[in-house]
Write a protein that binds this ligand. Sequence first.
Ligand code: ADP
Ligand code: MG
Length: 338
Amino acid sequence: MKTRILVGAAGLLLVFYLLPPTPTTTPVEKYHLAMGTVVRLAIYAHEDDASELFELAANELDRIDSLMSRFSSASEVNAINRLAADRPVAVSGDMARVLTRSLWFARLTGGAFDPTLGALTGLWGFPDARVPPGDAQIDSALALTGHAQLELAENRVRFLRRGMGLDLGAAAKGYAVDRTVDLLEAAGVEAGLVEAGGDIRFWGDKPDGSDWRFGVQHPRQRDDLVVVDGPKIRALATSGDYERVFEYDGRIYHHLLDPTTGHPARRAVSATVWAETAMDADILATAVFVMGPEAAVELIESTPKTETLIFYMEAGRLEQRTSSGLRGHTRTTQRSEE
Ligand code: ADP
Ligand code: MG
């Protein structure tokens, strides 16, 4: 009796899987505005299920956005920034995870990535900045930064100096991508991709058997892509000096700040990092950008399951460097040819 039910169930399943008239070899796609950028959702799922799945994903993106955004006064990050100099503030599970990882990487990168730059990034005021702040202002803001001045214990955070602030702009987008991917995977979507402003994570195998391949935007030639074959790492993120910029007195200023100088970091032009999660890739791309090619490649070589491609200027020329896992696996092509 038992066996018959099993056989029956298996037979039914077989029919079910053979029935759909259009196997989903092309993904169903949707765009959603969150985290200050356009988020692309591409899933290999049946059309009938897609709208419900997209709604699930959009709600999750909005939820993370409302926790981590510096631009919404009601966000958890801004509540922490208001209160955490007075007393330890209990944080959400999401916030605890992002802060724990952020502190880990702040230490690993010697502070090149620092989640406590709020006072400094507030002073610069990207994306609306038009004039660089003066040196005295930068020095005062810098005195109110530093990951060593952030205490995190038992899901409570505290600032050791008044006037400090969190800025999770280099980690939150990646975290939102990770959460969305986890959610869609748990909902049974076997393969897909989530991208938020250059932070990408994908999962599963494409139904047509082809590999997942990504082109990295060439930082100076808009029409060129650097195509990277391999690595079999599921997330990547890019930080570039061409994203949020203004020109003042003949000089370009961008939003990736060097925590030691308080000014835009000048050692790189763009940095892409591959890692196991989008949050790690997001954080490391910012760190690699700030550190510059030598220190960055050293860091990435000693961090398991990460790779990097970094563009930088040397003697007036644009140069590229990669970690050893990518050597021989990059080529530049025209966007139109891909
Ligand atoms: P994007 O958001 O443009 O993809 P990033 O992921 O590199 O770029 O994040 C940049 C944002 O992170 C900045 O807008 C700022 O809020 C914050 N930030 C800037 N410099 C640093 C830094 N050295 N460490 C941590 N966060 C930074
Ligand atoms: Mg980043």
